[in-house]
Design a protein around this ligand. Sequence first.
Ligand SMILES: C[S@@+](CC[C@H](N)C(=O)[O-])C[C@H]1O[C@@H](n2cnc3c(N)ncnc32)[C@H](O)[C@@H]1O
Length: 445
Amino acid sequence: MTPELVRRMSAPVPRYTSYPTAPHFSAQVGAMEFGEGLRSLSPSQALSLYVHIPFCAQMCWYCGCNTKATRNTETIETYFQHLTTEILMVAALVPGDKPVAHIHWGGGSPNSLSADQIRRLGQTLHASFGIGAETEFAVEIDPRWLNSDQMAAFADIGVNRASIGVQDFNPRVQTAINRVQSVEMTERAVNGMRAAGVKGVNIDLVYGLPHQTEDSVANTIEEVIRLSPDRIALFGYAHLPSRAKHQTMIDETTLPGTMERYRQSRRAEQLLTDAGYVTVGLDHFAKPGDSLASGEIKRNFQGYTTDTAEALIGMGASSISQLPTGYYQNAVARADYERRVADTGLATVKGILLSDDDRMRARVIERLMCEFEFSKSSLQSAFGALAQPVIDKAEELVAADEEGLVERTADGFRVTELGQPFVRAIASCFDAYLGKGNSTFSAGV
Ligand SMILES: C[S@@+](CC[C@H](N)C(=O)[O-])C[C@H]1O[C@@H](n2cnc3c(N)ncnc32)[C@H](O)[C@@H]1O
């Protein structure tokens, strides 16, 4: 792998947690269209729910998510009330029994909520949707601010997977990202959630952070392997200080370069696979018996998932819904979100209604991001002649490829093992929107 190739393939591109990607959402799609999208769901449609909690006790400088540092209980309760109103409104618009396959509480840190709020939010969801023992119910956790009452509350409302933020265990890196978190503290959260009855544990890590080296990443990975999570997400640090102002607190001269980032991700993958984890998609790892490692995977805003529900409903500030008809995003700023919910019960401010071409390309990009290949015949049987430009593009890429990153298969197109770290760049060749509008993306590796 030459540095020149790594640099070329690391040009900024979307992470493809959706297609079309969020920068192409338009203000012409609002609450009315979202309401129509919800009403048109089939009554037996399996649902997936995402609930956004945009608070953290303290800001991490690397953070790229929509969150604010606050410990003000009034601010949190006010948001909580509006969130409850929105959930009730959404549930009233969806026809039928509303069976829920997956729930994800993200943030921010859902454990910014008190144990009482966790229980009340759980009750609202249980009263509004069809949630049962088979529902996969995950929450993101910041282990630095987690108490035993909260752990018990999560278990009581049916949470069965905790996604625990770590990022890196090196003290120098932790100071530079304003997130000091010992291994012991993390272990207490992992063991505490397991003891409370939350059996599934994921750990989030990031490479490409300030002061990280291949060796420091390797040390963190070794500690994490010892904690034995079922799943690990290893994200490349997305440094976009023009979008996330607090990232300006990070001294850019301490950030690893492109080749170093590439080496960190390769070394981490090697250590995790040597320890028995299976690589899932671009940046996830799972134990061999875990459903993420053995079943069909899909890609959504949370990354890789086993969730096959065709309707993902996002609730809370900035959350995005993915319905068969299109994508719909809520107001990002909390005050705007709360005002809209108070006015109408919904807070959609932008979105996109999908054309058949969008659906066809979304399928190709998702299959590449998940399985590194797509089948020509299944694309043609689903989309007919519409699939031809994508099939031609794949032929063109294979013909132009001098490095062995992509190849033709008996029935389609595949990214080779060498090309897999660059799958975002390869997927972007099938993106009809790329270059339109003025969006900024993070490094491709
Ligand atoms: C929405 S955050 C919530 C995590 C939880 N609040 C915590 O701090 O422990 C989910 C994950 O996104 C990842 N993440 C956040 N900002 C990122 C960035 N700028 N680049 C790459 N990954 C990032 C981190 O691994 C983080 O744990």
